[in-house]
Unconditional design. Structure first.
Length: 255
C-alpha cells in the first residue's frame, strides 16, 4: 500500500504542470472566443489569431459598472481591426443570485453564437491562478466536485468548452498583452473582497511563494487521482453487485 501511494505521488509530480489542451491543438477548429475585454481574454483572443484559428468574438455587457461600455468597445475595436465577427449581448438582470444568473445567461449566449456561426466550441481564458483559486475555494467549502481545480475541456449548457491557458499565469498573459501592445480593460470589482473567491485570490494565491504554488498544484493532482480511483472502485462495485449496494450512497462519486 505504501508503494502505491508513493507511485501515485510520483505520477502527480510528473503530470501537474501538463495541460492537455493547447492553443496549437485547436488550429483545425472554428471557435467562439469568450472575451470580456480584460487582459486574460484579450491575450487569448490575440493568441488564437496568432495561431491562425478561425474565431468569432462573444462579449457580454452586464452594465454593472461604469467601465463596462469601455470594455465592450475594446473587444469590438480589436475584432474590427482583425476582421473578426463580434457578437455582443446586453442582458437585463431582474432578481435572484446575480452570479448564477450571469453564468447561465453567458453560456446560453455562447451556445447561441456557436450555433449561429457553426463553430466547434467555445474557448475561454482561465489560467493557472484560476485553477489554484478554484481548488482552494472547493477545499474551503469541503466540496466533492466533478474535478478539483478547472477542467481543460468540458461541456456547459451544450457548449464544448476549451481552456488552453491553464498552464499560464495571469502575469504571463498581462506580459503578453504589453509585449504585443494589446489594449485591455480592468474590472474594478475584482479589486474588492466582497466575494470569497476575491479574498482567496488577494490574500492567498497572490501571496504564494513558488514552493507553495508547486505544492498546491501537486495536492490538486493527488486529489483528482483520488477522485478517479474512488469512482472506478464505485463503478466496479455497482457492476458486480447492482442489487445489493445502496446506489444513492455512491451516486455522487460515480458521476
Amino acid at each position: 500500500m505504501q508503494k502505491f501511494f508513493e507511485k501515485k505521488r510520483e505520477y502527480a509530480k510528473i503530470t501537474y504542470t501538463v495541460s492537455n489542451v493547447k492553443i496549437e491543438d485547436l488550429k483545425q477548429c472554428k471557435l467562439v472566443v469568450a472575451c470580456s475585454g480584460g487582459p486574460d481574454s484579450m491575450a487569448l483572443f490575440a493568441l488564437c489569431l496568432a495561431h491562425d484559428i478561425s474565431v468569432v468574438a462573444a462579449h457580454v455587457n452586464y452594465h454593472k459598472r461604469e467601465t463596462a461600455n469601455r470594455d465592450e468597445q475594446i473587444v469590438k475595436d480589436y475584432a474590427m481591426k482583425h476582421d473578426v465577427v463580434c457578437e455582443v449581448l446586453h442582458p437585463v438582470y431582474e432578481s435572484g443570485n446575480f452570479q448564477n444568473w450571469a453564468r447561465e445567461v453567458r453560456y446560453q449566449f455562447f451556445y447561441e453564437v456557436m450555433m449561429k456561426h457553426q463553430c466547434d466550441g467555445v474557448v475561454v481564458a482561465h489560467h493557472e491562478d484560476d485553477v489554484i483559486e478554484t481548488y482552494l475555494f472547493q477545499k474551503k467549502r469541503k466540496m466533492i466536485p466533478e474535478c478539483f481545480g478547472i477542467a481543460e475541456k468540458t461541456e456547459i449548457q451544450g457548449c464544448p468548452l476549451y481552456r488552453p491557458l491553464l498552464h499560464m499565469r495571469k502575469t504571463d498573459l498581462i506580459d503578453y498583452c504589453h509585449a504585443h501592445q494589446i489594449v485591455y480593460g480592468h474590472d474594478e470589482t475584482n479589486d474588492t473582497d466582497q466575494y470569497t473567491r476575491n479574498r482567496i485570490r488577494h490574500h492567498v494565491v497572490e501571496k504564494m511563494s513558488e514552493t507553495e504554488r508547486h505544492q498546491t498544484l501537486l495536492d490538486l493532482r493527488l486529489d483528482n487521482l483520488d477522485l478517479m480511483i474512488e469512482r472506478e472502485m464505485v463503478d466496479t462495485m455497482l457492476q458486480r453487485y447492482p442489487t445489493v449496494l445502496p446506489v444513492d450512497v455512491f451516486e455522487r462519486l460515480s458521476q
